[in-house]
Design a protein around this ligand. Sequence first.
Ligand SMILES: [Zn+2]
Ligand SMILES: [Zn+2]
Length: 138
Amino acid sequence: MYKIDPVPLLKESGLSVTEPRKRILMAFLQKKTILTQKDVRQLCYYQYDRVTVYRTLERFVQTQIIHIIPSTDNVARYALLNHTLKTGCLQYHLHFMCKECGQTYCLENAPVPLIVLPQGFLESEVEVVIKGICKKCN
Ligand SMILES: [Zn+2]
Ligand SMILES: [Zn+2]
């Protein structure tokens, strides 16, 4: 079983270990689900202000600890990536957006098909979103 300890993960990602980083990463490790900035603040008992949470999440996205989940309502959502963890999502995977309920799902077992780019184009992120009707709404 994976032991929940945010410190090694921060270190592996080249981040210095700070209190907010530890706490915020902990929130993801414990919840193992998609979180908004508001969820994160709540899970940290509003100990950190909006800016701190925002910056920490940005840092986590840059270092690929978490990823941004596409949404239709402009509310940023985040989930863990499992490149170092046994939990969370594959680094590159498909997202499914339901047109009925508006919910986005990480399709963890659906890797992004290989996309060959024209010469001279360098990829830095891959985001594939499939739109349709989800299991619950179907
Ligand atoms: Zn739905
Ligand atoms: Zn995802």
